[in-house]
Design a protein around this ligand. Structure first.
Ligand SMILES: C[S@@+](CC[C@H](N)C(=O)[O-])C[C@H]1O[C@@H](n2cnc3c(N)ncnc32)[C@H](O)[C@@H]1O
Length: 275
């Protein structure tokens, strides 16, 4: 990545502020509507090398705080990595879990105290500074999808443990579509790939379940696990399940009574890679 790429992203962001047209430049989830606390209670992430969907960043933060060895990130939306760093700074320097919903001059003050630790962080800082000078802080709200009903659902009230656990972590970010062939973009194998509820998008778009499965199979090491969350409805689609069972063993996560938002009893399910 180079400074010119950030400039290109800023121009694309300007278009997005008027109308969302491209998957690569789309509204960013401000927070997440998955039951992440129940998910990590039912699925042990400690000591694991994880590749997680990035989205709002909540997922990665839950994996870190619950002892993941490493968390790399992927998302079809290029802008998510910029938000990840904005959130990291809010956690590190302000001690809040989410940015102030009004954004306001708070953001400008925050950007002025960031100490850079990686190139990705440097580009994120450049992005937000350019965003403010091109579109103003007031336009920031238009960049987000607020997942209204779930606002604060995954909020960590005390971020001190998270702060400690994310110290010095430098996740690799892949801007990719997991339903396409990813073998030229990623050459690492993971213990776990967290796909959240991407299946809902695949079902609507009519994309290939086979290619999605093949990509996940490629990304996982021996006995690697795909972790999927339940949002709105429970369990895999029939077609998804038939295709995945050829290469993976299905296992449901345990029941929970806590997911009030969608009244679901299980936070998600897994597929374990067959040898
Ligand atoms: C699956 S969405 C779901 C929203 C989620 N329940 C939440 O609240 O964050 C999370 C992220 O997945 C990304 N995404 C959707 N389809 C994708 C795909 N085919 N490949 C990679 N990322 C994808 C979206 O851009 C979004 O940032």
């Amino acid at each position: 990545m180079e400074a010119n790429d950030v400039l290109f992203d800023i121009k694309k962001t300007g278009r997005l502020l008027v109308k969302s047209e491209e998957k690569q430049y789309n509204n960013i989830y401000y927070c997440t509507n998955e039951d992440l606390a129940a998910l990590v209670k039912r699925f042990d992430v400690s000591g694991k090398d994880i590749l997680s969907v990035l989205g709002s960043g909540d997922q990665a933060f839950y994996f870190y705080v619950n002892g993941a060895k490493s968390v790399d990130l992927f998302d079809i939306n290029k802008l998510t990595i910029y938000y990840y760093y904005l959130r990291l700074w809010v956690i590190k320097y302000i001690g809040d879990y989410y940015p102030d919903i009004e954004f306001s001059t708070y953001i400008e003050d925050l950007l002025s105290i960031v100490k850079l630790e990686s190139e990705d962080e440097e580009f994120a800082l450049l992005y937000w500074k350019m965003f403010i000078s091109n579109y103003s802080v007031d336009s920031m709200k238009a960049l987000f999808n607020f997942n209204n009903s779930s606002m604060n659902y995954n909020r960590m009230e005390d971020v001190s443990e998270l702060r400690e656990k994310i110290q010095g972590k430098k996740p690799v970010f892949y801007n990719l579509d997991i339903t396409e062939d990813v073998s030229r973009q990623v050459n690492k194998k993971y213990d776990v790939v967290y796909v959240s509820n991407i299946r809902n998008w695949i079902n609507i778009s009519g994309k290939s379940w086979e290619q999605y499965r093949n990509s996940l199979y490629y990304l996982l090491g021996d006995k690697g696990v795909i972790l999927c969350s339940n949002v709105v409805s429970e369990g895999p689609y029939e077609k998804e399940d038939i295709i995945f069972r050829r290469n993976f063993i299905f296992k449901n996560l345990g029941r929970e009574d806590t997911y009030a938002l969608f009244k679901l009893s299980r936070p998600g399910y897994t597929y374990v890679k067959r040898r």
